[in-house]
Design a protein around this ligand. Structure first.
Ligand code: FPP
Length: 257
């Protein structure tokens, strides 16, 4: 496989120009609460069905040739939710890691976690580390779980790391470039997302992958996350393939190609 330069724009499924792609899809899994409310069910049921949608989507992502799937499972702003709902989301994460790690590993999935770990409990931190270490050698899809993640905090932390490196004489200020920043983000070594999907019809990034999204295509789908499946993913990929990515250059038509 083509080596990935941190922060480099990932262009195609093959790493070659002109391929079909996407290599990396990131998803804001939104609409669990509304899915439940429409059925007169508790919000927690929406989240539980959201985990089932996640299982389907991971399988489908590998089958449909993606190399990276990033999911926004708990944002640093989600702490504002009621304590009971936060507890439910944490317990779903625990169950997901405990029950699904084996099957993810059998599928060749490698798990990476991004987000702030400092303020998480020891057992959750240990669980996240276990998910990463137990799957580290897998060669299939990389599932990037954004947990307790906030993009601005990630960028601030990277800036702080660079300042420390400059102060210690390890980094020359003139050597600070996009690659230096990318290498200090939680996503270091992961190609930028080609496509970012948000379900439920909301059209916001909500502090998700702000730096990494520089050249991503966006797709806002009306489907609520618990209803998402391989068919919805295939539709999203088809829309992506129908778009022309120009990276600030001229498109084929404007350039007279
Ligand atoms: C948004 O729905 C979804 C979330 C805040 C969490 C997403 C979590 C899961 C799919 C399950 C957890 C998975 C893991 C691996 C921990 P919402 O509650 O904002 O829905 P609403 O906007 O309709 O209220």
């Amino acid at each position: 496989m083509t080596a990935v330069t941190p922060g480099k724009i990932a262009d195609t499924a093959t790493g070659q120009a002109g391929g079909a792609g996407p290599v990396h899809v990131a998803i804001i899994m939104d609409g669990n609460g509304r899915w439940a409310a429409r059925r007169g069910l508790p919000r927690a049921e929406g989240h539980r069905r959201g985990v089932e949608a996640l299982r389907r989507t991971v399988r489908a992502a590998a089958e449909q040739g993606l190399r990276y799937l990033t999911i926004y499972s708990f944002s640093s702003e989600n702490w504002r939710r009621p304590q009971t709902e936060i507890a439910e989301l944490f317990s779903l994460l625990r169950r997901f890691v405990r029950h699904d790690l084996e099957s993810l590993s059998e599928q060749g999935v490698r798990v990476r976690i991004i987000g702030e770990r400092g303020n998480l409990s020891d057992d959750i931190r240990a669980l996240l580390e276990e998910a990463e270490t137990r799957t580290a050698a897998n060669q299939g899809l990389t599932l990037v779980v954004a947990f307790n993640y906030g993009s601005r905090a990630e960028i601030v932390e990277a800036a702080r790391a660079m300042a420390r490196d400059v102060a210690a004489g390890r980094l020359d200020p003139s050597a600070i470039d996009e690659a230096a920043m990318s290498a200090r983000l939680h996503t270091a070594g992961i190609p930028d997302p080609d496509l970012i999907i948000r379900t439920s019809g909301e059209e916001r990034l909500s502090n998700f992958l702000l730096w990494q999204a520089a050249y991503a295509e966006f797709l806002f789908m009306p489907i609520l996350w618990p209803d998402f499946d391989g068919k919805a993913l295939a539709e999203a990929i088809a829309v992506f393939r129908s778009r022309e990515r120009r990276y600030g250059g001229l498109g084929a038509v404007s350039a007279g190609a």
